[in-house]
Design a protein around this ligand. Sequence first.
Ligand code: SAH
Length: 233
Amino acid sequence: MIPDRLPDDPQNLPGDPSTTQRRRMVADQLSARGIRAARVLAALERIPREQFLPPSVGLRAYEDRAQPIDCQQTISQPYMVARMTELLELSGTERVLEVGTGSGYQTAVLATLCAHVYTVEWYLKLLHQAVFRLEQLGLLNVTYRCGDGSLGWPQQAPYDAILCTAGAPALPDALVNQLGPGGRLVAPIGPAYEQELIRVRHTANGLVRDTLFHCRFVKLRGAAGWQDGSPGS
Ligand code: SAH
């Protein structure tokens, strides 16, 4: 866990426009809409979202929406990142699997809040960009893999928390099976045009599945996803 490193970064100095945008984002988009977990709010207030988008986007990175990134993918909306992270209930000791690294922004949030992140991305180009960004921020508690994350990452299982950031037609069994005792899994499940956010908890009495709210994510590819193409390009 690297809880206290980012606040010392130059971009977190008072008066810095990026810091101001982040504070505004946390107040207007997250706190005002019911995000309560203090650690989650603090993480989003620290991580410079603009560094996960092309430089031309600038401080528009803090707008209340998902935005396009390379390979026809998206960086998730700040509220969605916060809400999904909150649902994982991270205390700082967890090993977390993330399926769909994308820009690496959600990965950075997770890396700030848990012990270690294992992240899998379909596109090598996105993965390379994400590794560079996280290393620049000094977030080194992350292991990366290019491949089909719909099958999870069995070699590193079990996980205390699993976050899938792309929409699957059905809950992938492999991900549920890689959840350790007490673990939490959050994933968007349903048709390509609209999904429901699902949380599965591995409790002493078995698996408990909650359906939370409607959402819209890019497609999860691969064997337990929409099965188009092969990873790595
Ligand atoms: N959390 C990311 C969201 C990226 S969008 C962010 O905020 O930037 C979802 C990502 O999942 C895309 O980068 C997409 O390429 C990736 N993806 C889709 N199917 C995948 C699969 N089977 N395995 C790994 N990554 C996958």
